[in-house]
Design a protein around this ligand. Sequence first.
Ligand code: MG
Length: 250
Amino acid sequence: MVVLKTRKEIEKMREAGRISAGALKAAGAAVEPGISTYEIDEIARKYILRQGARPNFLHYNGFPATACISINDEVIHGIPSRKRILREGDIVSIDLGAVLDGYHGDNAATFACGDISAEAQRLIDTTRESLYVGLSKAVAGGRLGDIGSAIGSYCEERGYGVVRDFTGHGVGRNLHEDPAVPNYGTPGHGVRLLPGMTLAIEPMITMGTHKVRILSDGWTTVTLDGKPAAHFEHTIAIVGDTCEILTLAD
Ligand code: MG
């Protein structure tokens, strides 16, 4: 069931989103050769707590950290570790959120560690651009398939893979709500988009195959062919003929 939010609820989500975005920005700024993913996670955790919020991924279905930190061929759900040290040329996807006063924010971005290859930069740029292409379709009166189709075709036309086994989602009083928001679809099909819908839209895009597998830790999701992946996400609210991004840092 899709839960529509009131204006007041959207303002609460904007506050949770602001903290989520600030934590992502702080974590991303720490990406450099030699730092561990554990240290980055600590930066995010402390930022969220200082703002009076709570990390909403921590202990979610047993996830042990504040942020999912996924490097190179890791698409999503990488577990931060003291032993995982970033190296020059890595691309680092960080996904995290905060809950404040019962409302959730959720956002992600892929960061370059030092100098990265031109191909990796193009993957990052295309994934970020595809998120905004998708957001342009998140308008009342549209359909869910308009968003997915816009994201998916933008990336596939540029030769990239679009992960299908994981999707974006509704978000609000819960981190994950209906509807699922796939990064593929058919224009004019799917759930009708209404004012008050709050969605986490999150393209997960690969340099090769779209197929993924989950490692034996039960979380880390990697590309089947070992090629790199990128991930960008915003929490948004549909408010008439536009959407408002709720995960914006100060
Ligand atoms: Mg999400």
